[in-house]
Design a protein around this ligand. Structure first.
Ligand SMILES: N[C@@H](CCC(=O)N[C@@H](CS)C(=O)NCC(=O)O)C(=O)O
Length: 321
């Protein structure tokens, strides 16, 4: 519940009917404690609940009525202090019903208690949203209030900073390490996974999508050569990354805690290992493209084992890509 929602709730309950009550210092202190408590609830649950609000109000005792503004102000300050903010409403999100670049966003939202309202694009169960209508002409796309964002990088950064939670790195050092690892995943996705999507989706027309160049060998007689090239690229890239992961002195990519970067690595690795569309790469690699990457495999298993991830993750083996 956003602070605006709290205000509305209070108005509905007619709590601010009393005016002119002096705020005593003791009451101020109680209000402050109540707000800290509410911020704590936010941190735990990713949302303010009404019982939490009632408790806070009860503990305010004689502070009510026009002092609601004071409560709201304090709540805002406490939120800022704990760096927790609550989504103004549902975040609208549009992506294809596949793992792709969208699954990491779904999982960040599940971990951070953010409500995601998915809009299916035209051709994927939806009837209104075309990717030609997105600012950059591709997906993922999201809208929070009036703000529209259209690149997975900025969508992820927005979510973890605006609505911090367990996947938000805390120190500057961790933020940079997470960004470095996420950027590796993004390149790996763009140059290895995405070209395999073209093959799975049977598209090899030049520029069939605006996000990058398409290799004409993705469909037709040269498919085997194409997959062989992508296998080499895959092995080279993951070879470098495996060394970095093996040399980590921490359980996760950016430190002691799992961050959004670990989640992206997890969705990439599980998609390649399980989704039907990556079958040609799996076959070219003798079954498991990560058989030489024990550190990467062990790390993503820790992500997969997280309670909220396990509950929210889509079924990789049922997704095409
Ligand atoms: N840099 C962009 C790339 C987006 C992108 O390539 N999106 C793909 C799906 S993962 C897409 O919309 N493809 C359809 C098209 O380009 O027509 C991002 O990270 O969001």
């Amino acid at each position: 519940m956003a602070t605006q929602g709290i205000q509305q709730y209070l108005e509905e309950k007619n709590i601010n009917a009393v005016v002119g009550t002096a705020i005593t210092e003791a009451a101020k202190a109680r209000a402050e404690t109540a707000c800290e408590h509410m911020a704590g609830t936010l941190l735990d649950q990713g949302t303010i609940n009404v019982p939490g609000l009632s408790d806070a109000l009860r503990s305010l005792g004689d502070v009510h009525g026009d002092k609601v503004d004071y409560l709201v102000k304090k709540l805002k300050a406490a939120n800022k202090k704990t760096k927790q903010k609550v989504p103004a409403g549902e975040i609208e999100f549009c992506y294809f019903p596949v793992v792709g670049r969208g699954e990491q966003v779904r999982l960040i939202c599940a971990e951070h208690g953010i409500t995601l309202k998915e809009i299916a694009p035209v051709g994927f169960g939806g009837d209104t949203f075309k990717h030609g209508e997105t600012p950059n002409g591709h997906f993922p796309w999201m809208k929070d209030g009036k703000l529209v964002l259209n690149d997975s990088n900025v969508i992820v950064q927005y979510l973890i900073e605006k609505y911090p939670g367990p996947l938000t790195p805390t120190t500057f050092d961790e933020k940079m390490k997470a960004l470095a690892a996420w950027s590796w995943c993004q390149d790996y996705y763009s140059f290895v996974l995405s070209p395999l999507h073209d093959m799975a989706l049977k598209h090899n027309e030049k520029h069939w999508r605006n996000a990058r160049l398409t290799d004409p060998r993705a469909v037709g007689d040269l498919e085997a050569e194409y997959v062989e090239d992508l296998k080499k690229l895959h092995q080279t890239r993951v070879g470098y990354f495996e060394k970095q992961v093996a040399a980590l002195k921490s359980p996760f990519l950016a430190g002691a805690e799992c961050t959004y970067a670990d989640v992206f690595l997890y969705t990439c690795v599980y998609a390649v290992q399980k989704c039907a569309g990556f079958g040609p790469l799996r076959d070219a690699c003798g079954g498991d493209p990560y058989s030489d990457c024990p550190s990467i495999v062990a790390l993503v298993a820790k992500v997969a084992a997280r309670e909220k991830i396990a509950a929210a993750a889509g079924k990789f083996d049922e997704a095409p890509i």
